[in-house]
Write a protein that binds this ligand. Structure first.
Ligand SMILES: Cc1cc2nc3c(=O)[nH]c(=O)nc-3n(C[C@H](O)[C@H](O)[C@H](O)COP(=O)(O)OP(=O)(O)OC[C@H]3O[C@@H](n4cnc5c(N)ncnc54)[C@H](O)[C@@H]3O)c2cc1C
Length: 481
């Protein structure tokens, strides 16, 4: 950082901010700590994390760590500046006392703050039957420890792996299984894999890819139960199509759950969709007032984006965790006149079955999709997503160099279907329905979604009916009222 910037920041700090606490020692937490030091913050930074490790990267866990190419311990994130932070690792925060500005730790200690950043992210959704979930061979994939365990299972060459859920994590695990030459079945309750994130049209392409690579893909099928042998080892799975699969590993890939439980009684506005904040990343309290000293960043957040009609967005994206944390860090040490609005476009990538998928914007906001460049048969294409005649998102398959052009169109609210001047653009653009499941219907891993306008609107996902919809064992065809 230039010394000019340092002076500007120091002089623009409203009142002395001396103690900053970050709860969540992962990607967003680390990015915020780095940005605070780059902004010239010279006070204490305490980073609290319930995992025993220094911040590490999750995307490789479902890709190169599972193949065995990268050791799990090599996922530790590099630290680009000397943070001089106090690290309280392996130490869950269990409460927040807003009045006294203190975080309560599991060992009874209380850590005071002038500014707090909450970046506690998500954890993997469990298999709902806990006895079945505890069978030897039933795995989750969210943490480094999960990845080490699953890698060991795959390296032992199981006769068949069952992946429950065809979202991004499930699809990537299936891809690794095929790369390792393992037999794999994917069960997906919807009509296609990736339907929550990309819609049915693009999901059909993802399904084709899976089958072409030898995945036994079962769509519109749920797993009714898992069964073990006398010694508690997973033996088989009962499917809603009547089939009984002989398996010894099952990967439960049913999406993520926000880590908000520790904030119960804190007075902050949160629910299972995350913590609501304003454009400056300041958390709302339960009265709908914005707090001055509590900021949020990463997967835990619901924030307003100017392009998506004031709805609060919730995304599970690496790039969002980094960028939102930077904005939050800047705002934590700034006077009101210097606050920045966070308005990065959602962006995500995935690598599976030999293709590189990238998306920009919010596909699940769209009602239509159109193939704009390339072709399905070449496995090299761009699809644009539209909502009420404007472009709101784009998906590239092995054509990432086009993303900046689409990003500019999305930000400019350009018309849909988009007017392109690309050499390989389709001669005639024929939009089709994007095919996102109706609101409230289970899509285990939408990965990026609009969540309603404000902190006080109850989520349709939280009604008793939708609890039933969320149960992954409920067979397809069940319609929420
Ligand atoms: C397997 C996998 C693959 C992924 N692949 C991709 C990809 O290809 N592309 C992409 O864009 N994104 C990907 N992601 C998503 C990306 O990794 C996340 O968006 C990112 O990690 C979010 O960072 P975060 O810091 O907000 O939260 P997290 O990474 O979830 O970190 C939150 C941390 O806070 C800790 N914590 C929670 N509660 C407490 C508490 N009470 N006290 C103390 N600590 C607490 C958690 O244990 C965790 O360490 C992937 C995620 C996973 C799990």
């Amino acid at each position: 950082m230039s010394s000019n910037n340092a002076k500007k920041t120091a002089s623009s700090v409203q009142k002395p901010v001396q103690r900053i606490v970050i709860v969540g020692a992962s990607l967003a937490g680390l990015s915020a700590a780095e940005s605070l030091r780059s902004e010239g913050f010279a006070g204490t930074i305490t980073v609290i994390g319930d995992e025993p490790y220094a911040p590490y990267d999750r995307p490789p866990l479902s890709k190169t760590v599972l193949t065995g190419w990268l050791q799990a311990e090599h996922t530790t994130l590099p630290q680009s500046v000397d943070l001089q932070a106090e690290w309280l690792l392996g130490m869950p925060a269990i409460g927040l006392d807003l009045g006294n500005r203190e975080v309560e730790l599991a060992d009874g200690r209380r850590v005071g703050f002038d500014r707090l950043l909450i970046s506690t992210g998500t954890h993997a959704r469990q298999w709902p039957d806990l006895a079945q979930a505890a069978l030897d061979g039933v795995c989750l994939l969210h943490t480094r420890d999960d990845a080490v365990r699953l890698r060991a299972r795959l390296a032992a060459r199981p006769k068949r792996v069952l992946v429950i859920g065809g979202g991004f994590t499930g699809s990537e695990v299936a891809s690794v299984c095929r790369e390792l030459g393992l037999a794999v079945t994917v069960t997906e309750r919807s009509a296609t894999p990736l339907i929550g994130a990309l819609g049915a049209a693009a999901g059909a392409f993802a399904g084709q890819l899976q089958r072409a690579h030898g995945v036994d893909l079962r769509c519109n099928v749920t797993v009714m139960s898992l069964e073990g042998d006398e010694s508690g080892r997973l033996r088989c799975a009962y499917l809603s199509d009547g089939d009984i699969l002989d398996i010894d590993v099952a990967v439960v890939a049913l999406g993520a759950v926000r880590n908000v439980e520790w904030l119960r009684d804190s007075g902050l506005a949160f629910d299972s969709r995350g913590i609501a904040c304003d454009a400056a990343c300041r958390a709302f309290d339960i009265n709908g007032m914005v707090t001055d000293d509590v900021f949020v960043a990463g997967d835990i957040v619901r924030w307003p984006h100017p392009l998506y009609e004031g709805e609060l967005l919730a995304v599970e994206h690496w790039g969002n965790a980094v960028e939102q944390a930077r904005t939050a860090a800047h705002n934590m040490v700034s006077v009101p006149a210097d606050l920045q609005a966070y308005k990065s476009l959602p962006a995500f990538w995935s690598r599976q079955f030999g293709v590189n998928l990238k998306m920009i914007g919010l596909p699940s906001f769209a009602d239509e999709v159109v193939l704009t460049q390339g072709s399905v048969s070449e496995r090299r294409l761009v699809a644009a997503y539209g909502y009420k005649g404007r472009i709101v998102a784009a998906l590239t398959v092995n054509m990432a160099r086009w993303l900046p052009a689409y990003e500019a169109m999305i930000e400019a609210r350009a018309p849909f279907p988009p007017v392109l001047h690309a050499p390989d653009s389709s001669a005639e653009l024929r939009p089709v329905p994007a095919g996102f499941p109706p609101h409230g219907q289970i899509t285990h891993s939408p990965n990026a979604i609009k969540t309603g306008p404000g902190p006080s609107i109850p989520s349709p996902e939280e009604s008793p009916t939708s609890d039933k919809v969320k149960d992954p064992r409920v067979p397809p065809g069940f319609q929420p009222k």
